[in-house]
Design a protein around this ligand. Sequence first.
Ligand code: 56B
Length: 306
Amino acid sequence: MEEVRISSAWVASHSNHVKVDSSELERVVDNIQGSIPKVEWNFEGIHYFDNGPLTVQYLFVLDALNFCFWPDKDLDYNHLASELKAALLNDKSALDADRLQSYTGPQLRQLLKWPRVLPLEEERIRLLHEVGQELERSFGGEAANLVKACGKSAVSLVTLVARHFPGFRDHSLYKGRQVFLYKRAQIFAADLWGAFKGQGYGYFYDISSVTIFADYIVPAVLRQLGVLKYSLELSSSIDAKNEISPGSEQEVEIRACSIVAVEKMRELLERKFGKQVLSVEIDLWLWAIGVQNPSLKHHRTLSIYY
Ligand SMILES: Nc1nc2c(c(CN[C@H]3C=C[C@H](O)[C@@H]3O)cn2[C@@H]2O[C@H](COP(=O)(O)O)[C@@H](O)[C@H]2O)c(=O)[nH]1
């Protein structure tokens, strides 16, 4: 995703609150002796998988809702993934395009076995409807057709998803410029790649183009590793669990600098150790570290993008 790399690099070079610390980056890479620990996709064993188009539908709906869990301290991604799986095992048509268009908040809560209002619930419903309507209008109701239309290119898939589904257009304005981050659109491509083990619906000749998925866990891990350095003001705000406004300089810098840090890590792995690693693999390693550390302090932004 050239536009993600280029616009994130611009943010990093104009950043006021966040810096990528190259010497710490080198230390981290040396510590692991240039080998990114391998983390299996679905290491948690929570995802639906049947090796067919229903898996694609599942992953698309999952990534349409893959954002903002932190406002409810008991809710997390695992819950969403495993309850959507349970819903499909119980009723194979639960995520059909016509059904997606008719879910109400209480019905979604019931589907996810969640006892109270979900964070950003109205947005989740609006996005489910958007996915159902556009899948029906342009892709015969099936996310699998969306994937077939991308010609085995992850870049085309991300572009196609963003073009058809406004809820996936994860971008910001930073100092007047448009910055592209595309977290959920890119993670959809990566989830297909991971679930189908790079075969069939998961084969993309350009999977190396995908960047990390700028969420609230990976930046917190990079900060803990010392690779991201925050200003005193930003550090105190995050540690005090203050909310950071969506689209603020601080928020965009946190996300963009995380992308840049991992791209630099990738370059270093190649230059120093001759290793070619995908950003997706680094992402999964960092994310797995983060979710296994419940005391990790992450930034809190109300957003449908991550
Ligand atoms: N960068 C990055 N961010 C990711 C994921 C995933 C899940 N990926 C699945 C794919 C294969 C694996 O086996 C995973 O199961 C979720 N998130 C983000 O984390 C946050 C949720 O955190 P918590 O509130 O603690 O559940 C939220 O912003 C969510 O969007 C990832 O892989 N990379």
